[in-house]
Design a protein around this ligand. Sequence first.
Ligand code: 8YV
Length: 310
Amino acid sequence: MSKILVVGNYAPTDVAAFRDEFGVTPLASLTQLAEAARDDCVALAFKGGEPLGGAAMDLLPNLRLIANFGVGYDAISIADADARGIKVTNTPDVLNDDVADLAVAMLISRQREMAPAERWLRDGNWPAEGAYPLARKMSGRKVGILGMGRIGREIADRLAAFKCQIHYQSRSRKETPAGWTYHADPVALAAAVDDLVVSVVGGAETLGFVSAEVIAALGADGVIVNISRGSVIDEEALIAALQNGQIRGAALDVFRNEPKIDPRFLTLPNVLLLPHIGSATVETRARMGALQRQNLAALLAGQPLLTPVN
Ligand code: 8YV
């Protein structure tokens, strides 16, 4: 019998790989873990937005590894894992390109109003109205990157190629190309730039990081892009700012209450809304799945874990 359990909604290729490589079939959610729990389970493959804390870990008394599908592991209580001597791995780097591509596409799309312009065309307005109203230029804008980690850096490199002036805020100053400007705090960053791209990690340390004050500092011409976690933005403050024209727009791939997002977003014309698709390509999801399974295989083989986080 396999020494691993798998939880989450996986693509058919991952389901097949779990069956072929480990002889297991994924459970849909953590609620099924109680029935499936076994004393001989040493590793848990985890994918999903539901929180994974000490109670679930205690169902598996010999658990040594939680292998997360995804770079962000804010759903997993690392403190609870540490207290039980459980290692946690994630899937970094393999998704950087996709998430950065999407962030830049979201900013361009919002500035150039690609989604509303297409809707306008599909609704048959072109012959009657002649031309869609003018949108805004993206190249050359001053963009603030909140969180200059691996994904933030990929976003900044791409925006630099679009002649944008790069400003950033991070826990520490980074080595960057000449001319990129570091700011010590998010309010100072927002005040210095036209648009803000949020690429910090999720979790308690960044909860509500993009506060009403940050949003106000960005100003009435600003656009906020978020590809990190919904928890990072104060959604009440963001919705109010979008309703009042305190900022010009937003482009969001992540939300506080996924998949049931705040319905007020659906009524706002100045927001691009995407269903958490940052890493959602065939190529990248295959690499994320492979890395998750490599970590599981390494544990079973007594080899060092590839991408530990604790
Ligand atoms: C995935 C993500 O949507 O890697 C992350 O942190 O948010 C995304 O790549 C998620 O991990 C899939 O469950």
